[in-house]
Design a protein around this ligand. Structure first.
Ligand SMILES: [Cu+2]
Length: 489
C-alpha cells in the first residue's frame, strides 16, 4: 500500500513539474522573450543533473541493499569446485560495466548541461574525429578481449569432459582418481526425470520408441545396465565427488540449473548435453553458513517452528521458459557426506529380508523377499506381463542385494548392541571394534556387481562369522541387554 501511494506521489509530482515547464515555455513564446527561454533551458538541464545524481545514488544504494541476495556475495558464494571461478568472472564483468555505466551517465547529463540551448549559440558540425573513434573502439575491444578470453578459458576448463578411453570411469561411488558419478536428467513438460546408474555406476541405454506410460524414459530392457537404474524426485549427491550430469529433453528446450552450484545447461531434445561439477558444501554446512546472517534468522515460510536458514535447500530448477507449467519443474538437491549417501542409495535400491528358520536344526537364515528390489527395471516387470529378457541376470542381481542386506542386518544389530552397552565398558569397546571391522564389508557389499555373486556371498559369510563370534562371546555376560530382535544361533 505504502509503495503504491509513494509511486503515485512521484508520478503526480513529475506530471506537475512537466506541466509547469510547458506552461512557462508557452508563456515565453507568447511574450517573445529570448532571455526567459535561456532561463528555461538552464532550469531543465539543471533538473537533468539532479536526476543523474539521484539515479546513480539509487543504483549504488540498491546494489548494497541486495548484496545479501546476490550470487557470489555475502553468504551466497558458490557451493561447487568450479563455482568461485564463475563468481570471479561475474564480478570482473560487473566491475568494468560499473565504470562504463557511471562514466557514460555523467557524460550524458553533463553534456546536456554544458551544451544547453543559448541565444546566439549555434551547434558545431563535426563530420568525424578519427582520434575519438579510435579511443572508443580500442578501449572497449581491449577490455572485451580480456573478459572474453578469461571467460573462454574458464569455460573450457569447466566443460572438460571425461573421455572413456583415458581411464575415466563412471562408478557408483568415486573413490580413486578419474572416477566420477554419472546421473541423467531428462526435461519433460513439466517435470524432471532424474535417473541414477545404481551400483554398476553405468546408466542404461534408452530409445524414444520404447517410451510408454510405465517406461517414461524408454529404457531398453535388454540392456543389463538398466537393471539397477533407479529414478528419484530429489537429487542426493555426496560432497567432494565429481558428478557428470547427462542432460536430455523429451519434448521442448529445458534448462538444468542448480544456482548454488553454478550449474546451468540447456536440455535439448535429440542432443544430449552435459555438465560436470563437484559439490563442495553439504546442505548442512550451507545452512550453518546462512544461520549467521540476520536475514536468515527469521521464521521459515514453510515451517513456522523453524528459522529460515534451517529449512534452506539447494534447488534444481528449469531455467528455460518451457510452457505454462514451467514453474513446477523444481526439485530439491541435497548434498551429504559419503556415509549418508550410501545409506540413501540403499533405500533407493530397496530389497527386504525375510527370516527363514530351519525346522530341523532351528538355524536362522535370511533371504530376500522376491520383488522387493525397487529399481525401475524390477518395478516395471512386477506389473508387466512382458517377457523379461534378462531372467537369469535378475536372480544374480537379487542375490547380490540379498547379501548386502544380510551384511547390513548384522551391522545394524551390532550397532544396536553397542547402543545398549554402557559407554566405554569392555563390551562397548568390543562392539565398537567389531563395527570398525564390519564397515569395509558393508561398503563392499553395497558395490558388488551381478558378476560378483560369489564374492558377495563370501563377504556376507564373513560378516555372519564376525557377528556370531561376537554374540557367542557376549551371551554369558550378564549386564549386556540383547535387543529382542537380535538373532542368535
Ligand atoms: Cu522446463
Amino acid at each position: 500500500m505504502g509503495f503504491t501511494i509513494g509511486a503515485l506521489c512521484v508520478i503526480l509530482l513529475s506530471v506537475f513539474i512537466v506541466q509547469i515547464g510547458k506552461a512557462r515555455e508557452l508563456a515565453s513564446i507568447v511574450r517573445n522573450d529570448p532571455a526567459e527561454q535561456d532561463e528555461i533551458n538552464k532550469f531543465q538541464a539543471g533538473l537533468g543533473l539532479l536526476f543523474m545524481v539521484a539515479f546513480l545514488l539509487i543504483c549504488v544504494v540498491s546494489f548494497v541493499y541486495y548484496i545479501p541476495t546476490s550470487l557470489g556475495w555475502g553468504p551466497n558464494t558458490a557451493a561447487s569446485q568450479h563455482g568461485p571461478e564463475i563468481d570471479y568472472l561475474f564480478n570482473l564483468t560487473l566491475f568494468f560495466c560499473f565504470i562504463v555505466f557511471v562514466l557514460t551517465h555523467i557524460a550524458l547529463f553533463w553534456f546536456t548541461w554544458k551544451y544547453r540551448g543559448r541565444q546566439g549559440k549555434v551547434g558545431l558540425y563535426w563530420a568525424h574525429n578519427e582520434t575519438l573513434e579510435m579511443v572508443w573502439m580500442i578501449i572497449p575491444s581491449v577490455v572485451m578481449a580480456f573478459l572474453v578470453i578469461g571467460g573462454l578459458q574458464a569455460w573450457n576448463k569447466i566443460m572438460l569432459d571425461f573421455p572413456d578411453n583415458e581411464g575415466y570411469t563412471s562408478v557408483a561411488l568415486p573413490e580413486a582418481e578419474k572416477e566420477y558419478i554419472e546421473i541423467e536428467a531428462t526435461g519433460s513438460q513439466f517435470l524432471w526425470y532424474l535417473r541414477y546408474p545404481g551400483r554398476d555406476g553405468k546408466i542404461g541405454t534408452k530409445y524414444f520408441t520404447q517410451i510408454n506410460s510405465s517406461n517414461q524414459l524408454g529404457q531398453t530392457w535388454t540392456d543389463e545396465k538398466n537393471m539397477d537404474d533407479f529414478m528419484v524426485s530429489e537429487l542426493v549427491l555426496p560432497v567432494n565427488k565429481p558428478v557428470r550430469v547427462r542432460i536430455t529433453a523429451r519434448d521442448v528446450l529445458h534448462n538444468f540449473y542448480i544456482r548454488d552450484m553454478r550449474v546451468k545447461m540447456d536440455a535439448v531434445p535429440g542432443m544430449p548435453t552435459y555438465f560436470i561439477f563437484t559439490p563442495t558444501v553439504t546442505t548442512d554446512s550451507m545452512r550453518r553458513r546462512l544461520s549467521k546472517e540476520p536475514q536468515w534468522q527469521v521464521p521459515s515460510k514453510s515451517d513456522d517452528a523453524k528459522q529460515r536458514w534451517e529449512t534452506y535447500q539447494y534447488e534444481l530448477a528449469c531455467a528455460e521458459l518451457c510452457g505454462k507449467g514451467h514453474y513446477s519443474m523444481r526439485n530439491i538437491v541435497t548434498i551429504v557426506e559419503e556415509d549418508e549417501y550410501l545409506d540413501w542409495m540403499d533405500k533407493q535400491e530397496g530389497g527386504k529380508l525375510v527370516e527363514v528358520v530351519d525346522s530341523v536344526t532351528m538355524d536362522v537364515s535370511y533371504s530376500i523377499e522376491k520383488g522387493s528390489v525397487k529399481s525401475k527395471y524390477f518395478s516395471y516387470f512386477k506389473t508387466s506381463d512382458e517377457f523379461n529378457p534378462l531372467t537369469d541376470k535378475v536372480s544374480n542381481f537379487e542375490k547380490v542385494v540379498e547379501n548386502k542386506l544380510i551384511v547390513s542386518k548384522y551391522y545394524n544389530d551390532i550397532k544396536e548392541m553397542r547402543f545398549a552397552a554402557e559407554i566405554d565398558s569392555e563390551a562397548f569397546n568390543m562392539y565398537e571394534s567389531a563395527l570398525n571391522e564390519m564397515a569395509p564389508l558393508l561398503k563392499a557389499a553395497r558395490l558388488y556387481q551381478t558378476s560378483q555373486v560369489a564374492a558377495s556371498k563370501k563377504n556376507a559369510a564373513k560378516a555372519k562369522e564376525l557377528y556370531l563370534s561376537l554374540t557367542q562371546k557376549t551371551e554369558p555376560v550378564e549386564e549386556i541387554i540383547v535387543p529382542e530382535n537380535t538373532v542368535t544361533s
